[in-house]
Design a protein around this ligand. Sequence first.
Ligand code: ZN
Ligand code: ZN
Length: 369
Amino acid sequence: MSKPETMKAYCFSEIGKIDLIDVEKPKILKPTDVIGKVLKATICGTDLHIVDGHMEFITVAARKRPGRGLALGHEAIVEVIEVGSAVEKFKVGDVAIASCVSSCGHCFYCQKNIQAHCINSEGLLGCYLGAEIDGFHAEYTRIPFADHSIFKVPKDQPLEPLLLLSDILPTSYEVGVKGKVQEGDNVAVIGLGPVGLCILMTLRLFKPSQVIAIDLDERRLELAKKLGATTTINPKKEDVMKKILELTTQEGKKPGVDVAIEAVGTSQTFLTCQDIVCPGGKIANVGVHGGPAPLNLQDLWAKNVDISTGLVSGYSTEELLDEIVKGKIDPSPLITHHFKLSEIEKAYDVFRNAGETGCIKVCITPDDE
Ligand SMILES: [Zn+2]
Ligand SMILES: [Zn+2]
């Protein structure tokens, strides 16, 4: 038998251990698969949680591949280089946005636009690429259910900004904004990490009257202003509650924000949402909590508040792509740092130390580009 062709992949093998190694190139395993050459990839906060061992089922999946581990990464733009026999929408040479959710397109959950729970998933949830099977921090990746999980890039569209369509733009939109924010609302976004900044971008589609951005980092507050925040609050410098009361006190209405969007995932920020939401308002929790979060139901019941949360399904990817093509959303200011695949270890460091480096999202390109 001839030696299999190899490629470089950044593989997570044990808590705290991730290395750029040579692995076998991926092959089509199912007729609905495609193989993509990774043209652009980025790193997500989730990748850091995986490396730190915060997601046990992924650590277990990595340990099942001794001496190798799992290639991380679930956000990428790919060029299709091989198609399975049942793939209808793609051909070799197509350039596509890969969603972080791989979904069959026809099961009960896919029909309901909760692709995150696709029953035909090869993993625990819909987002198993770069988690339970090899992802995009590699030269090539096998992508399951291509017809429903990758989206063709329109001709001449710059690729780099589209990286945000793999995960964080749909996450911010589906979990934080769509069905929550209405025209004229007072909205607060708590936490201006990459997802919080994407919330600001997608919010504008619904024409809120006030957008109040809250974060401890002055650089991110400055960027928030450019992305449409009407007011910024730094809790280190100002009392959030007092400022919100000031901003939302108006004739004929009780004070507070109509929609409080949580984009951090801490008890403190979730409590802030509960404090600042107005009667009849909504709390949208987008941040991922590492443990139980306090819920003051004893106060909230009498406020008639809706609370929602969720995992991205990616059903809005094409809708958001359309807004980017029309120029209504421009994610390019969020890509702050650039690396080659061979420099991926450095890219992880820069992304992890965002407080010092000012990094929001990185863009990783192949070495031969
Ligand atoms: Zn992600
Ligand atoms: Zn499905």
